[in-house]
Write a protein that binds this ligand. Sequence first.
Ligand SMILES: [Mn+2]
Length: 327
Amino acid sequence: MKSKQTNNKTIDQILQLIDQSQTFLIASHESPDGDAIGSTLALANALREMGKDVVAYNRDHAPHEYAFLPGIDTVVSTVDESQTFDAGFVLDAGELQRAGRWIKGRCRALVNVDHHPYSEDFGDIYFVDTEASATSVLIYRLLQSAGHKVSSDVATCVYTAILSDTGSFHYSNANPEAFQVAAEMVALGVDPWSIASRLYESQDLKRLRLLALALPTLQASACGQYASIAVTLKMYESSETSEEYTDRFINYPRSVRGVEVAIFFRQLTENRFKIGFRSKGNVDVGALARAMNGGGHHNAAGAEVEGSLESVRKWVYARVAELLSDQ
Ligand SMILES: [Mn+2]
């Protein structure tokens, strides 16, 4: 873990860079979750409040439930090839390629802000703290050090990101700082019920129809330690949905009693699947995903595998069983 002192020095470097820059690119990982999109918009809104020119970018659309986040309409999924930036921020990404390799060549200085272990050192400034519950907490630390007054827009983004990355304060990363920063955001006017209801009680009916198609694919291993769920292209077609509607589907196999590793098979093309892994305790699914040319961290990771659902399942189950037998 990086020491607090390193963090302070790093924060000073970042604040100096912000001071000296006018144009910014802010990006995060593909298939953004609440922390990715919340951190992006927390920083984008704050920099705009400082009078900076900001392009907020993500390769993919954020899930629909985040549509209420202030500034979401400003997030673009393409950036003109001729455009360059004084400074770039890549947030919550783990690896640059999950945000876009092209970013490095377009920014005069690049900052990696992250809380994933094994976060790649691709930038000029490395602001990574694995103890942070969410990347948005690191953005908050930056704004505090900058003496920037947190607006209600920024507070909404910071709070939503923490809520999302801690699983509504369920997970072990819900540390004192997560509660402290959340409490400060509430003191600034964030309404927890309003955000919770938008995130968890404003589902598109289509999402539930897709879930209804996916749940029959639930499989649990004979040992009971791993379980999976799958979504196919056919299911998207008949429910008129897409990958954006599958956020948190992996929580269903994950919630089964005794399950250590949850697996989510998402069909990308006829013969290719995206595999999501979540582990509950000590099982390192990050290592498992990296062995499949994927990436991620200890308790959440992903990879892509070629084959039919049947063959991909069989192959992945064998790897997971191997991993569990080594514990
Ligand atoms: Mn995160």
